[in-house]
Design a protein around this ligand. Sequence first.
Ligand code: PLP
Length: 455
Amino acid sequence: GVPRHGTGEWQALDHRHYLHPFTDHHDLGQRGVRVIECADGVYIYDSEGHRILDGMSGLWCVNLGYGRQDLVDAAAAQMRELPYYNSFFQTAHPPAIELSRVLGEVAPEGFDKVFYTGSGSEANDTVIKMVRRYWDLVEQPQRRVFISRRNAYHGSTVAAATLGGMAPMHDQLGPMVNFIEHIDQPYHFGLGAGMDPDEFGLRQARLLAEKIEETGPENVAAFIAEPVQGAGGVIIPPDSYWPEIQRICREFDVLLVADEVICGFGRLGEWFGSQRLGIEPDLMPFAKGVTSGYLPLGGVLVGQRVGAVLGQQGGEFAHGFTYSGHPAACAVALANIRALRDEGVIERVRDDVGPWFSERFATLADHPLVGQARSIGLVGAIELVRDKDSLARFDKDLGVGGRCRDACFAQGLVMRAVGDSMIVAPPLVMTREQVGELVDKAWRSLDITASSLGV
Ligand code: PLP
């Protein structure tokens, strides 16, 4: 079992032994790690006994909230029955087969096939290989190039990291895969100041057409993007953006991949973000919310066009993971989807708590430090600015986003900083009252941040 230690002892052990993802270890050594010991509903509890509203659903995944006995029971029951088996070499097991059927029910029309992975990164690596396999099978093997967007996060494996467009990941390790191109994202606040949003949306979408022309349309395999870009700063595209992207993909016969790792399973108030934004993709990689994060599971939902080819092919698709369709993870996913359905969680996000959140979250734009507050479903961002009229940013060295994040934590709220954008994606089960608590704590944290800056 796990021993019980005090905070100081955990921090010392952590610093000695644990290399964390995406963490500055010098900084961590100075501050000491925050130890989260348990959780319930929308709250996490640290080793000091603080109750903290988890405005990020862990890492955008605990859609149903913490402490769900039904998910725990599903995992335990499956582990007793069959804790592990694989689906390589013409075997399968009931939880993976049943989940494949159920995913076909909740996904948009035509998405009746699925390939499982253990994570979102593996899902996006799978997309790359699957798309190649598709173009090979339909005898256009020269279609090799993927186009994605700057500042996107599609995962941390070598291929998914290259697919993503986050500058620090590219700066550190250099280009690792050479068939991936990037275009700018539809970030109106950051890149389209002064432009009409729809005009800006069209301009950003047409960057795709330009990149396809430049690459040679016959060489382009697919375009991949999140319906709403999450880790890049909750970039909600103008209404004109996705229809134009869709049109361009059709014009050049380029496959469209919607990365649903964050947007899937209710975040935007529909089962998939593509449904909310009217996108008709060919493939939908997913992970996170499929199990509400209780066990790791990811995969690629495959639409008719690719499914008809891969589902009938002769010769094997030489790809798969030991934990592709892990039985316990699939059992948890089934329980999670059952709860999302039976409790009307996604409809509540669409019709009730989502609109309520949007209304309340928008009031943060009245704060002197905030240049914009935007949201959709249960995900939102506020932009911190030095001057509300000119929307000028603070000097980067001031680390204003980081200050605000720390102030939030001290107030009992997890908010994430992406530069000077503060983002939230709380559990979908949150109440109206908890939305109020989130917004009040965010406001107080903004006050504290402002006074730390002397403004
Ligand atoms: N795609 C998107 C849109 C993500 O946000 C993430 C993770 O944050 C991933 C892919 C990678 O998923 P994982 O961390 O499960 O590998």
